[in-house]
Design a protein around this ligand. Structure first.
Ligand code: FES
Length: 114
C-alpha cells in the first residue's frame, strides 16, 4: 500500500483538508477539475472512492480531469499518456509520478489535503 498516494503522503504531510467539491458533483467513473487555493486538481471517482492528482499532464500539461476514465486510469486528452490516478504513476513509465493528494469524504463534501 506504500504506492497509494494518499497513504504515502498522509504521514509526512502537515497540510490541511479543504473542501474541494460535493460528492454528487462527481459521479462514479467520472472526473472534475477543481481549483483549490493556487492548485488545479483533477478529482476522480472510481470503485466508490475519490482520488485527487495534479490536473496537469507531465508531458505538456494537458488537462487530465478532461481525460477518458476507466477503472483507476485516465487517458490524457491531448496525446494519450495514461496514468493510474490511485498512485499518480504514468502507466508506461511508473517512475513518472504526478503529485497526488489525500482525500477525505465527509457527508456530501469531498475534502482534499493540500
Ligand atoms: S499533454 Fe498529456 S499526453 Fe501530451
Amino acid at each position: 500500500m506504500g504506492e497509494d498516494c494518499g497513504l504515502e503522503r498522509s504521514g509526512k504531510n502537515l497540510g490541511r483538508f479543504v473542501k474541494a467539491a460535493r460528492r454528487s458533483e462527481i459521479p462514479e467513473g467520472s472526473a472534475r477539475i477543481i481549483q483549490v487555493d493556487t492548485r488545479t486538481l483533477a478529482i476522480f471517482h472510481a470503485n466508490g472512492e475519490f482520488f485527487a492528482i495534479d490536473n496537469a499532464c507531465l508531458h505538456q500539461g494537458g488537462p487530465l480531469g478532461e481525460g477518458e476514465v476507466y477503472g483507476t486510469r485516465v487517458v490524457c486528452p491531448w496525446h494519450g499518456w495514461e496514468y493510474d490516478f490511485s498512485t499518480g504513476s504514468n502507466v508506461d513509465d511508473p517512475s513518472m509520478k504526478l503529485t497526488c493528494f489525500p482525500v477525505r469524504v465527509q457527508d456530501d463534501d469531498i475534502l482534499v489535503e493540500i
